[in-house]
Design a protein around this ligand. Structure first.
Ligand code: SAM
Ligand code: SF4
Ligand code: SF4
Length: 367
């Protein structure tokens, strides 16, 4: 049963914006709908991946959000309901490391009951570094989690340790993936950020390891997001280069249908043993179809991964504001949205060096 009244917002939104449109007309300035919500539930992480939270910036004296500043599960649920009113069909829980947030299963249980504006069950996914997955996969599935994406940049133990800058064997992540698979959390995706000279040796071993297991590996280009202090263009291995490396050992066939969210371009093994995806966020940005909003653990709405500033949603997360009022606030921000940072950056790269803007850190807004 639908637990929220979608019709109220259609009225409220039309009145509010003066437009004749209902909720499904929540388009931004570049005509992109709001379909996908990334909810960061915590900004802390037990890893220090060099491309995301380098230890010299995120050291022992780094000030993470105190738990009192994090949104409560009730507030997160209210947010999710408001975004559902606006047309969101998929919620991805992220962080920091989301499994560090205590009692996450009880939030998932609530989120799993939500329906979309058209009455379908809300798609619910989680992105994790996998370190706590073996212990939690079953309870996450029981709570109603649909699918899981595990970030894993290497199969080789030494490369894994170097890149995640953590004293933990890679086997722990592999156990997590295996347990998730065994309890039926499907489909499982593995996301690998490839950095030239650091883990490009791992492209083929990653493909080899997961081929035929039902787990799809997706290679992500290294981005200059906040946190990636050591980023430079020369460290980016493009999706095209990565694909050439994969194809040197494993024949691939293009999958014609692009993913709904428009990020990965997928290929399947010619022998039918699974898929490999390539996310060309730097070399071939997909801003034109970007329908993602991000909310940080302290309730800031970010309209782009590279935004420098968020919109504070906390005034609408109090008991005095309704879900519909919150939705109207989100909508009024979304319809102003004209972000296409990666597209602009790629034009600048072609036309010469451009200004590098300080962006919000990835571990706050989630990947
Ligand atoms: N801790 C969880 C994890 O690692 O899956 C969730 C949060 S993490 C910020 C989400 C995703 O962002 C990960 O898949 C990670 O690889 C990606 N990411 C972080 N920094 C990146 C960068 N500089 N370039 C590309 N992807 C990055
Ligand atoms: Fe942590 Fe994920 Fe960032 Fe790595 S990518 S430091 S696991 S938040
Ligand atoms: Fe979306 Fe911003 Fe990334 Fe472009 S740069 S795809 S608008 S998040």
């Amino acid at each position: 049963m639908n637990i929220i009244d979608h019709s109220i917002l259609a009225d409220t939104a039309s009145r509010d914006s003066g437009s004749a449109g209902g909720v499904t007309s929540t388009l931004d300035k570049l005509n992109r709908p709001l379909r996908d919500l990334r909810l960061s539930v915590i900004d802390q992480c037990n890893f220090r991946c060099t491309y995301c939270m380098p230890r010299d910036t995120f050291g022992t004296d780094y000030r993470f959000l105190p738990s009192s500043e994090r949104l409560s599960f009730e507030q997160i649920l209210k947010l999710a309901k408001a975004f559902a009113l606006l047309g969101v069909e998929k919620i991805r829980i992220t962080g920091g490391e989301p499994l560090l947030r205590r009692g996450l299963e009880s939030l998932i249980e609530q989120l799993a009951k939500l329906t979309t504006e058209s009455g379908k069950p809300m798609e619910l996914a989680l992105t994790t570094n996998g370190s706590l997955l073996a212990a939690r996969a079953r309870s996450l599935r029981d709570a109603g989690l649909g699918r899981v994406t595990v970030s894993l940049d290497a199969v080789d133990d030494a490369v894994f340790r170097r890149m995640s800058d953590i004293d933990m064997p890679v086997s722990r992540i592999l156990d997590g993936i295996e347990t998730a698979r065994a309890v039926g959390l499907a489909p499982i995706k593995v996301n690998s950020v490839i950095e030239r000279g650091v883990n490009d040796s791992q492209i083929l071993p990653l493909v080899r390891l997961f081929k035929g297991t039902g787990v799809a590996v997706r290679f992500i280009e290294y981005m200059d997001v906040g946190g990636a202090a050591g980023w430079s263009n020369t460290k980016v291995i493009t999706a095209r280069e990565t694909r050439d490396i994969v194809e040197s050992a494993f024949p691939l066939v293009a999958v014609v249908v692009r993913e709904k969210t428009g990020t990965a371009v997928n290929y399947r093994h010619a022998d039918g043993t699974g898929e490999v995806g390539f996310i060309a966020s730097v070399s071939q940005p997909f801003c034109g179809s970007c329908s993602r909003a991000r909310v940080s653990a302290d309730g800031q709405l970010y309209s782009c991964l590279f935004a420098t500033q968020g919109t504070d949603l906390r005034p609408w997360l109090t008991d005095t504001a309704s879900v519909e009022q919150l939705a109207v606030a989100v909508r009024s921000r979304w319809i102003q949205r004209d972000d296409r940072y990666s597209e602009l950056r790629s034009t600048q790269r072609r036309t010469g060096p451009g200004k590098v803007y300080p962006t919000v850190r990835m571990s706050l807004v989630g990947g």
